[in-house]
Design a protein around this ligand. Sequence first.
Ligand code: UDP
Ligand code: MG
Length: 162
Amino acid sequence: MLYDQEAHAAEMERTFIAIKPDGVQRGLIAEIISRFERKGYKLMAIKLVVPTKEFAQKHYHDLKERPFFDGLCDFLSSGPVLAMVWEGEGVIKYGRKLIGATDPQKSEPGTIRGDLAVVVGRNIIHGSDGPETAKDEIALWFEPSELVSYTSNAEKWIYGVN
Ligand code: UDP
Ligand code: MG
């Protein structure tokens, strides 16, 4: 269905996606990026960082009461993380579908975790779980100036925007 630029712009969302140290070390960066890219989402920001443990604790603050919190934060801060912002219609919710269930043993085949990971503690990728989290996580990991807005020529073909 063709619809106008304004309606399209109103539906656009941004989500925070990170390839965790296990995904980086296992050489899965290109594989994971290609799944978001081929789907039709647009990359707005990307950087390789080694977060401090304090930063990891901020990122996972919602989970601080959980027994795995300390180990999780140690792990996230143990090596390079590829931090990204992806943009698209419905990217927050559908990005989580591409990623699959938290426990790779419950992730469907065809999802990133289903295809590429085996255990919950090494599930290779993070994705924001809702609009508020996406906003907070993008603000935690990126300065506003690091987000690059641009028009992709593919957009009219992906969305049918006239
Ligand atoms: N995690 C874990 N053990 C658990 C549950 C979660 O090690 O029993 C880790 C796992 O790496 C997961 C992260 O904690 O990705 C954050 O948990 P959350 O429930 O937010 O899952 P996600 O949003 O990543 O699917
Ligand atoms: Mg989560």
